[in-house]
Design a protein around this ligand. Structure first.
Ligand code: SF4
Length: 471
């Protein structure tokens, strides 16, 4: 497997001035974080700005280059970074750059329909554990087969949206016309094939654009195509080993797995690029009269299998809430850091127009626990203070068992946020799962502890009935 460089290999290639411009105390601290992949090289600005570091810059860029290159599509704050993968298995470190979801937009849509589709793509969102799940970009498909119509739709797209765009056509003339029209938005060109690499490669080179190398069914052909594109100076390459429609999912998953294994385990540079999958191909099997829901499920299933098996970008057609929920949930869970529990900030939260009579509750800073409790308090329609105890991101039950949630820690948090000064009572509602530390908490904190519901879904009723006030 590709060896990731350590701090002692990185440090000699940094300027060594300890100038702190990167936000770290010194170059060694920065090198350590580089080795942990928690900072990016570009944060060391002197390295890029001062010509005397040019040689060091060349060397360090090679040293820290991930086995799967990173490719950026689009510009500005919505630009999508794909690839940049360091490991095959998430537990070896973590995955970076979550799979990007691009939704198709046919160039044959008229003005109103085009605007409506763009709006629907941009507005698809779902709040999950405190983050907004969303889609990432648009794949403009040259259904018209007419370069002028394709270019006009591309221009319209960039007028209406600042999201990243992929230009999809196997006809180089179509790609050339649309790329000329919107090159400054850094679209991804889809695609160069064994037959069209020279023309499409030239478009990419001329405008400095990323492009997809498409060679379905043969990794030898794909490697050879990439080698040819590299030989003409291109390096922002995305690999498409082909996404078969309904009947070929097993073969497709196999190809994607081989590509990633080859780049990370065997350090094969020709396949060391991000991958693109097209679950949208299942629609090729759709027949009039069939329930479209079945094809949508095929698309969800294909997308899910390929998110798990290393697709860095997927192209989809379905835009329903229910089709994109499972895939965005899956992506969100797969791309969390396995050694870092999903946590929120500890502190004192206020719900509603709180006053001295408001109840005081506490919970842990495990994100899933916190957001569930937050939602249940809001549902109660009652005001409340919620003390969020730092349990290093552990849930209530685990934190009690692991001594991360103790009477002392609860008392310290009450003290730290001066909760007693905000209310005219000293009653604290504990999570039902923390009942076993309630007596000790009373002793250590001096607050009266009322044990709340074991399941947070009982919170609305508990607060509405004012049970915490009972003697
Ligand atoms: S910005 Fe670069 S030179 Fe300055 S301290 Fe950070 S790593 Fe060292």
């Amino acid at each position: 497997m590709a060896k990731l460089p350590g701090p002692l290999e990185i440090y000699p290639l940094l300027p060594g001035t300890n100038c702190k411009e990167c936000g770290e105390a010194n170059c060694m601290a920065f090198a350590t974080k580089m080795a942990e992949h928690t900072v990016k090289l570009k944060a060391c600005t002197p390295l890029f700005q001062d010509a005397k570091y040019a040689k060091k810059l060349d060397k360090i860029q090679v040293l820290v280059r991930p086995p799967v290159r990173e490719v950026v599509i689009g510009v500005g704050e919505n630009a999508a970074s794909i690839g940049g993968k360091l490991v095959l298995y998430r537990h070896d470190l973590r995955y970076s750059n979550p799979t990007s979801f691009f939704i198709d937009v046919p160039d044959t849509l008229d003005g109103e329909a085009l605007a409506a589709r763009i709006k629907a793509i941009e507005e698809w969102t779902y709040v999950y554990i405190g983050t907004n799940l969303r889609l990432d970009g648009m794949a403009l498909r040259g259904v018209s087969q007419d370069p002028k119509i394709f270019a006009t739709a591309a221009k319209k797209l960039v007028e209406l949206s600042s999201w990243p765009i992929m230009l999809c056509s196997l006809n180089p003339e179509m790609l050339a016309t649309a790329a000329n029209a919107i090159a400054d938005k850094r679209p991804l060109l889809y695609a160069a094939t064994m037959d069209t690499w020279a023309e499409v490669g030239e478009i990419a080179r001329k405008h400095n654009l990323p492009l997809v190398a498409y060679a379905p069914g043969s990794l030898d052909n794909l490697s050879s195509l990439v080698g040819t594109l590299r030989a003409i100076g291109l390096d922002d390459i995305v690999l498409d080993p082909g996404t078969a429609s309904r009947k070929g999912l097993g073969t497709t998953v196999d190809s994607f797995t081989q590509v990633r294994r080859s780049s990370i385990i065997e350090e094969n540079e020709l396949l060391g690029y991000p991958t693109i999958a097209a679950p949208i191909t299942v629609w090729a099997d759709y027949r009039e009269g069939e329930a479209p829901e079945l094809t949508k499920w095929d698309e969800v299933l294909t997308a899910s299998a390929l998110i798990v098996r290393y697709a860095d970008l997927i192209v989809l057609h379905s835009l329903d809430m229910w089709t994109n929920l499972p895939t965005t949930f899956l992506r969100s869970n797969l791309y969390t850091d396995p050694v870092k529990p999903v946590a929120v900030e500890a502190g004192l939260m206020e719900f509603g127009d709180v006053g001295p009579d408001s109840p005081v509750m506490y919970t842990t800073n495990f994100a899933l626990t916190y957001f569930t409790v937050e939602s249940d308090i809001k549902q109660a329609g009652s005001t409340a203070y919620l003390v969020v105890v730092d349990t290093e991101g552990m849930s209530v039950q685990s934190a009690v068992a692991g001594r991360k949630l103790t009477a002392e820690r609860v008392a310290e948090t009450l003290e730290e946020y001066k909760v007693a000064e905000k209310v005219n009572h000293k009653t604290l509602i504990s999570p039902g799962m923390a009942a076993r530390i309630s007596g000790e908490t009373e002793e250590v904190s001096g607050w009266t502890v009322k044990v709340g519901p074991r399941d947070s879904s009982g919170i609305p009723k508990y607060l509405q009935e004012g049970k915490w006030k009972e003697e």
